[in-house]
Design a protein around this ligand. Sequence first.
Ligand code: FES
Ligand code: FES
Length: 156
Amino acid sequence: MSIKAIINGKETIIEGRLNRRLIDFLRNDLELTSVKEGCGEGECGACTVLLNGAAVASCTVLLGQIADSEIVTVEGLAQTEDFDKIKNAFSSEGAVQCGYCTPGMIMSTQGLLNKNHKPDENDIKKALEGNLCRCTGYNKIEQAVLKLVQEDTHVE
Ligand code: FES
Ligand code: FES
């Protein structure tokens, strides 16, 4: 049994056990190591990727569920201008310390901006509430996303 998915813009054939977790396939088979494992239970957001444009915890998704879907990780987003804008905002607001949560935060931010180009503070809080950060606290991260939205009206 095999399925197809577009992963970071490339058509990818996935064969074998489709009851494996998406996070394991991305990290171990494709070496997309921006996808971090934290809790493994859908609670921390470290493993967040985009599934058809929406932020999802890849530790809670099985390969069988991504047939004919589009998956984007930080490695794929890094090829876009949007990534530079998010990265610059995080860096100028001091929103990164150890960096473990950062890929997940970035993907949740992009997931939010995909559905809402002008989120307010509450929208941002809500979008990031599933992403845990043990270092900076959330203020700087939320401020970074707010700054990004205020400065840039064209993040898609
Ligand atoms: S590792 Fe997936 S949500 Fe924590
Ligand atoms: S920057 Fe260290 S966990 Fe968020």
